[in-house]
Design a protein around this ligand. Structure first.
Ligand code: NAD
Ligand code: TYD
Length: 340
């Protein structure tokens, strides 16, 4: 099978490409990535070395490029598309929503249209629980929960989901949407809570906790999400939405305290700062449909997954230094300056 993976140099995309080569001996992977601040070619050096120009091909480019995408689909005789490419950070979307519209909405539409024209047999739109909005203390998001996104990021992902749905309803295009809760694991960019807390704690710097620190996320180890996406690709019913979650609801404060404890750092590093505007209170997933229809089951519990993740970061401190470009430093300085 020839698979176009978009955004394969980002956090989940890199993990997914490792997952594919570990589980299949007959796949060819074409990775289309724009290499924004969040994309890192070095994530895939071992794959490039082992499979480069035989079963793995990297192309630097944008999913919104109307000439490039059809060319790639044709040249590599792509069977399936997995769309991970996105602007993915909520705080950046609050700062400047425009790139979220260009990539997440226009880019997805371009990919859908080119894939439809090329007769692609399967298209997985990788989405998020954030499209459902925010929960109170009780209840779970199901696939039937109405979309009610609150941030420019989640609104752009919801728009992409609706376009994917429309391509199925209107053209019978074989698309499947997956919606997953918060991922953590190797290669996550240090603007997201877990790697950011690791980085700050290692440097004995304060860790910013938005609001009261009681916002809840359902954490899933990234390889469990990869397994879910693969199951959707292999066994999913076209036109369906599948939720994935980790069965690990945690308030942010508990997550950050666990990181400090693991590293032997004091809780005095916790610093409560001004809340994120429109901050969703709680996410939690009902993924019984994916369990029933696909056999999806998260296999890494939070304690084990956090240990694996923090040990990976400890071993790859060169990686974390390298990804901190000037652009990253500027964003972090400006974003947190106004909140402390
Ligand atoms: P990431 O920010 O780490 O990586 C995104 C990748 O997409 C980067 O390599 C970047 O260079 C690339 N990219 C950005 N714009 C592009 C464009 N126009 N054309 C081609 N490539 C482009 O993101 P992630 O955390 O790996 O998330 C991957 C996908 O999974 C996203 O669609 C996100 O919405 C979704 N998702 C993420 C989470 C999570 O917890 N991180 C949870 C659920 C769903
Ligand atoms: P994040 O990793 O940005 O993921 P998302 O917003 O997509 O859920 O944030 C996870 C949670 O951690 C969220 O409730 C916001 C909170 N948070 C902080 O308290 N401080 C921070 O510096 C960051 C980045 C996030």
């Amino acid at each position: 099978m020839n698979i176009l993976v978009t955004g394969g140099c980002g956090f989940i995309g890199s993990n997914f490409i490792y997952y594919l080569f570990e589980h299949y001996s007959d796949v060819k992977v074409i990775n289309l990535d724009k290499l924004t601040y969040a994309g890192n070619l070095k994530n895939l050096v071992p794959i490039e070395k082992k499979y480069g120009d035989k079963r793995y091909f990297f192309i630097r480019g944008c999913i919104a490029d109307r000439e490039l995408v059809p060319q790639i689909l044709k040249k590599f005789q792509i069977d399936a598309v997995i769309n991970f490419a996105a602007e993915s950070h909520v705080d950046r979307s609050i700062n400047d929503p425009a790139p979220f519209i260009t990539t997440n909405i226009n880019g997805t539409q371009n990919l859908l249209e080119a894939s439809r024209q090329a007769g692609i047999k399967r298209f997985i739109q990788v989405s998020t629980d954030e499209v459902y909005g925010s929960l109170g203390p009780e209840g779970l998001f199901s696939e039937e929960t109405p979309l009610a996104p609150n941030s420019p990021y989640s609104a752009s992902k919801a728009a992409a989901d609706l376009l994917a749905r429309a391509y199925y309803k209107t053209y019978g295009f074989p698309v499947i949407i997956t919606r997953c809760s918060n991922n953590y694991g190797p290669f996550q960019f240090p603007e997201k809570l877990i790697p950011l807390a690791f980085l700050k704690a290692r440097q004995d710097e304060p860790i910013p906790i938005y609001g009261d620190g009681q916002n809840v996320r359902d954490w899933i180890y990234v390889l469990d999400h990869c397994q879910g996406v693969d199951l959707a690709l292999q066994k999913g019913e076209i036109g369906r939405v599948y939720n994935f979650g980790g069965n690990a609801e945690k308030p942010n404060l508990e997550v950050v305290k666990a990181i400090l404890d693991f590293l032997g750092k004091p809780h005095t590093l916790l610093k409560f700062v001004q809340d994120r505007p429109g901050h969703d209170r709680r996410y939690a997933m009902d993924f019984s449909l994916a369990s029933r229809e696909l056999g999806f089951k998260p296999s890494v519990d939070f304690k084990k997954g956090l240990e694996l993740t923090l040990n990976w970061y400890l071993k790859h401190q060169d990686w974390i230094s390298e990804v901190q470009s000037g652009e990253y430093q500027n964003f972090m300085r400006n974003w947190y300056k106004d909140r402390t």
